[in-house]
Design a protein around this ligand. Structure first.
Ligand code: ADP
Length: 454
């Protein structure tokens, strides 16, 4: 998950926790206050009814009743139970009928507030003493208005909770996108810097924050890299020049010697060997320089649209020149109809060099047995398969074939330097492609090259 999304999520979870705790607190506090004000109202009414009863001695004619009936009206499901000191039986029956706990009665006797709430009904109990008479009042009623108020409050808090979550998440996303903008800009800038454009630097916006520090650090690193690359670049071009000139002179001199008529046979053989070895050394030097260059030089400015089938034909022509007796067959049977699926973006010279190296290996390590090249395509790649019936590569060595100068243990009779495949591998990687190999000793080797089409 991207840091930006992670931040919005953590932000939302934290805020959700805070809002939920606050809502629960508000709900508990508000319902307590609603309940206690209703208990109080019920106690006042219970007291009025109790005093009325004490005055009238069980008839309902007192001024207290008048006040209650006229001014207070009835609460929903309002009930009053009056228990006189002498009515022990009535008290017992009532105890069985009402759902209040024993502590409720204990509180009444101790003249402490007796309040109880069950199944939406509120119960209060009073112990009233007047003019030598004592009664216990137990009153109950349902606070319909309060219940509705609590329900409304609950719905409101729940709705507020979910709406604020949506807001917090959206704002969190916007906020984190804002925070990460400078980092995204740095990523874009850094992506644009390749070995070819090492002189580019990140723009410093003078924000005096960590982002500015990061940009400075990147720029310092680029300064150091540029110096190192310059040294390496110069070394490569100098070495190329220094090696090529003497080698050309050596082969030229050898050719001159060979053109003379009156030299002895033994000297001719010697010149022949010098000429052949100088050619090989030149080839080796060129390959080594190409390998070094592909390591850091994308040559993207020389890239163009290339047709994979045409590339393969050019490779075949190149192989014909180097190994005229090769038996390379190109199989066009599975060629995709859509030519888009055969068009890649790349550097022709490099691609031909890479593919030719692989095909030449197939001819070399199979002593010129037939080699098939099959061109196909999948959802996103043009695919070139090169299949030979040669000596194969031992299983435990297959992973090392792209390591420069590595040669498998079964190649003693074959000449080589272990440079061709690493070079081909680098070139294919540079083209954002991939290479797969499968091989069986004594049976042959198949290379499968995937090149993304555009
Ligand atoms: P070399 O000059 O030795 O051919 P490469 O870099 O081209 O160097 O190949 C590296 C090694 O990979 C070879 O030495 C060989 O062991 C193995 N290899 C490459 N292609 C084949 C093949 N078609 N058949 C068998 N072995 C191969």
């Amino acid at each position: 998950m991207k840091i930006q999304n992670r931040i919005s999520l953590i932000f939302t979870i934290l805020t959700a926790g805070i809002i939920a705790s606050l809502s629960i607190f508000i709900y508990i506090f508000a319902s307590d206050s609603i309940s206690s004000s209703f208990f109080h109202r019920l106690e006042v009414r219970s007291d009025i009814v109790g005093h009325a009863a004490l005055q009238d001695n069980k008839s309902r004619t007192s001024i207290y009743y008048d006040i209650k009936e006229k001014h207070l009206g009835d609460l929903p499901f309002e009930e009053h139970h009056i228990i006189w000191e002498s009515e022990v039986e009535k008290a017992k029956k009532l105890k069985e009928r009402l759902p209040v706990p024993p502590s409720f009665y204990d509180n009444i006797i101790r003249k402490e507030p007796a309040r109880f709430f069950k199944n939406d009904t509120s119960y209060v109990g009073l112990n009233i003493h007047q003019s030598g008479k004592n009664i216990i009042m137990i009153s109950s009623a349902v606070d319909l208005y309060g219940l509705e108020e609590k329900e409304n409050l609950k719905n409101l808090l729940l709705m507020g909770f979910f709406i604020s979550l949506v807001f917090v998440f959206t704002l969190g996303k916007l906020f984190s996108a804002q925070v990460f903008n400078p980092i995204r800009r740095i990523i874009r800038n850094v992506r644009g810097i390749s070995a070819h454009s090492l002189h580019q630097r990140l723009v410093i916006e003078g924000s005096k924050d960590e982002i500015e520090d990061l940009s400075h650090t990147f720029n310092d690193m680029l300064n150091r890299l540029e110096i190192t690359f310059d040294i390496q670049n110069n070394f490569v071009s100098n070495a190329s020049h220094e090696f090529k000139t003497p080698l050309t002179i050596i082969s030229g001199e050898a050719q001159l010697g060979l053109s003379l008529d009156e030299i002895p046979e033994i000297a001719r053989d010697s010149f022949q060997t010098i000429f052949k070895e100088a050619e090989r050394l030149e080839h080796l030097t060129n390959s080594m320089l190409s390998l070094a260059q592909t390591g850091f030089d994308g040559k993207k400015d020389q890239w163009e649209k290339l047709r994979v089938d045409e590339l393969v034909i050019t490779v075949k022509e190149a192989v014909n020149k180097i190994m005229p007796s090769n038996k390379v067959e190109i199989n066009f049977d599975n060629l995709p109809h859509d030519e888009q699926m055969l068009t890649i973006n790349g550097n022709e010279t490099l691609m031909v060099a890479a593919l030719a190296n692989i095909v030449l290996n197939s001819c070399k390590y199979s002593d010129n047995k037939p080699v098939d090249i099959i061109i196909t395509a999948d959802d996103s790649n043009s695919i070139i398969e090169i299949i030979d019936r040669g000596i194969g590569i031992p299983d435990r060595e297959i992973a090392q074939i792209y390591v420069p100068f590595f040669r498998a243990s079964n190649t003693e009779q074959y000449k080589g330097y272990g440079i061709g495949l690493p070079l081909a591998h680098n070139i294919i990687k540079m083209h954002e492609g991939a290479i797969e190999v499968s091989s069986k000793v004594g049976q042959g080797t198949a290379f499968k090259i995937f090149l993304p089409y555009r």
